[in-house]
Design a protein around this ligand. Structure first.
Ligand SMILES: Cc1ncc(C[n+]2csc(CCOP(=O)(O)OP(=O)(O)O)c2C)c(N)n1
Ligand SMILES: [Mg+2]
Length: 546
């Protein structure tokens, strides 16, 4: 068999459905082998977007998303997506081409050492030097990509290897189960929780990667222990739950942090230090039980006293089985703080001021999204508003990146969510800065006949950095830009373009976009003048008083 045919067969055996990418001449044999395959090629307009789409496919399915690029410039364009998947714990396989490795007449043209370049960004990076090795290298890549903690792998498939003949056979997946936590660790956790006066449960990214929702909900319902979430842990347990205390969108000084400060034990299900800290541990402060698939990376702000390592759902189940509700547990202060959290979330939600204020915007998006609807956020200051104010109802319905926190992922990740969940409402929510970093993918979305709403929050600036700038006491400088007319820009791609002219228009406009097919781009002017006042000052001052 031709090596490139075997390569595609090995991907098929792994259950690959899509390959996202921008082929180059070094990929043409592989492309030819894909022609007859049941794997669908999704042709992107930038490799970075292909990588973001593949990683998000991986994030939502737990199976490796696959992307394809050529050597040199195609491969370097994948670097940000590699880091996005690797830090975010998203299963991603990157395949890049290369000039012939045995004899080449092109000197060093376009050649960079892609395998080495990918080294710090992947769990595995390898050049396939012989057709016979394809099955084992692909199996090994998938094993590492998909096992906890998931991440990225890279395979380089040179032109001359792709045309070789090989008699190698596909290597089937072994049957494997995740390891479960050891009894003594579970017993220790039970003792610590029972001895605590004010235990608090944290739900982090790891809990969103596997199905932990039912068991965590039962744990909360049966023990009555209140909980909060990290940005990437949103939705594992319905955030409308009466024991939900809020989201740790900020690392300190929010209302929620008053609850965290008064806890003596945090039961951490699924958070690891790659995500921006939901709190800072201090010596002599609250204790932490780390419950995760893998052990805790130690950090100056994270040094848990106990680790329960193994499948999260199973660990929570084991702990729940042995745990007895204690009369000495006291959650009254947590519940008092919750009232303040809820009250603050309602502020300005009905505001008719224009440009639209962030809290109204979040409230309106929540109204238009059904529980299973997915919002995919790019990176900007609105991410904090959405993490804090948007109550997620179901796992993985708020896709945001709080690990690499890269701009440019909003639109591609929404497109991937659309592919995985064709019957759900999906909305990309992007700043005007982040949208323009991958806006070319509108063409891909239109060509794929996607039904998608893209909400652009326009402040004509890199608003997040402006917010930080003023928080540091600096005057406004160096962060304003101009924008294309987004309505006309969308239309030039064959998408529908809309502009919000007053606050009351946003909700009916989003509703009508979802009711008619196609890609809808909404240009929504947003008022960030209160970011500094509310996020930097008011929340700090008011929360101090509780
Ligand atoms: C690729 C990348 N470049 C730069 C940054 C730093 N950064 C974080 S948010 C931000 C501004 C985002 O601007 P915009 O997308 O317009 O969103 P806004 O905050 O204005 O709502 C920048 C420059 C980043 N996170 N990612
Ligand atoms: Mg902006």
């Amino acid at each position: 068999m031709k090596a490139s045919d075997l390569f595609v067969k090995a991907l098929e055996a792994e259950g690959v459905e899509y390959i996202f990418g921008v082929p180059g001449e070094e990929n043409l044999d592989l492309l030819e082998s894909l022609r007859g395959s049941r794997i669908k090629l999704i042709l992107n307009r930038h490799e970075q977007a292909a990588g973001f789409m593949a990683a998000t496919y991986g994030r939502l399915t737990g199976k490796a998303g696959v992307c394809l690029a050529t050597l040199g410039p195609g491969a370097t364009n994948l670097v940000t997506a590699a880091a996005y998947a690797q830090l975010g714990g998203m299963p991603l396989l990157m395949v890049t081409g290369q000039k012939p490795i045995k004899s080449s007449k092109q000197g060093r043209f376009q050649i960079v050492d892609v395998v080495q370049m990918m080294h710090p960004l992947t769990k595995f990076t390898h050049q396939i030097a012989s057709g016979d090795n394809i099955p084992s290298r692909i199996r090994e890549a998938f094993r590492l990509i998909e096992e906890e903690r998931p991440g990225a792998a890279h395979l380089e498939f040179p032109e001359d290897v792709a045309v070789e003949e090989t008699t190698a056979d596909i290597l089937p997946k072994s049957i494997t189960r995740r390891a479960t936590a050891e009894q003594k660790a579970v017993r220790n956790a039970i003792e610590m929780i029972q001895a605590a006066k004010h235990p608090l449960l944290l739900i982090g990214a790891g809990a969103n990667r596997k199905s932990t929702s039912n068991i965590l909900s039962r744990f909360i319902d049966e023990t009555g222990i209140p909980f909060f979430s990290t940005q990437m842990g949103k939705g594992v347990v319905d955030e409308r739950h009466p024991l939900f205390l809020g989201n740790a969108a900020l690392s300190a000084d929010d209302f929620l942090h008053r609850a965290i400060d008064s806890a003596d034990l945090i039961i951490n299900a699924g958070h690891d230090v790659v995500e921006k800290p939901p709190f800072f541990m201090t010596h002599g402060g609250f204790k932490v039980i780390h419950i995760n698939f893998s052990s805790a990376a130690v950090d100056p702000v994270y040094f848990p006293q106990l680790e329960v390592v193994g499948d999260i759902a199973n660990s929570i189940w084991q702990i729940k089985e042995g745990l007895t509700k204690q009369d000495s547990w006291d959650f009254s202060r947590f519940m008092q703080i919750k009232e303040h959290v809820e009250e603050h979330l309602k502020l300005c939600i009905e505001s008719t001021s224009f440009p639209v204020c962030p809290s109204r915007l979040v409230g309106d998006v929540r109204k238009v999204m059904p529980s299973e609807g997915i919002i995919a956020l790019d990176n900007g200051v609105y991410k904090i508003w959405f993490a804090r104010n948007y109550k997620a109802h179901q796992p993985n319905t708020v896709l945001l990146d709080n690990a690499l926190a890269s701009m440019g992922a909003g639109l591609p990740s929404a497109m991937a969510a659309r592919l995985v969940h064709p019957n759900r409402r999906v909305m990309a929510i992007c700043g005007d800065g982040g949208f323009m970093m991958n806006s070319q993918e509108l063409e891909t979305a239109v060509r794929m006949k996607m039904n998608l709403v893209v909400l652009i929050l326009r402040d004509d600036a890199y608003g997040m950095i402006k917010w930080k700038q003023s928080g540091m006491g600096f005057d406004d400088f160096g962060l304003d830009f101009g924008n294309p007319d987004f309505v006309q820009y969308a239309r030039s791609y064959g998408a529908h373009g809309h502009r919000v002219e007053k606050a009351e228009d946003l909700l009916p406009l989003m509703e009508s976009c979802f009711s008619s097919p196609g890609v809808h781009v909404i240009d929504c002017p947003v008022d960030y003048s209160d970011n500094d006042r509310i996020l930097n000052k008011e929340i700090k001052e008011r929360s101090k008083l509780i």
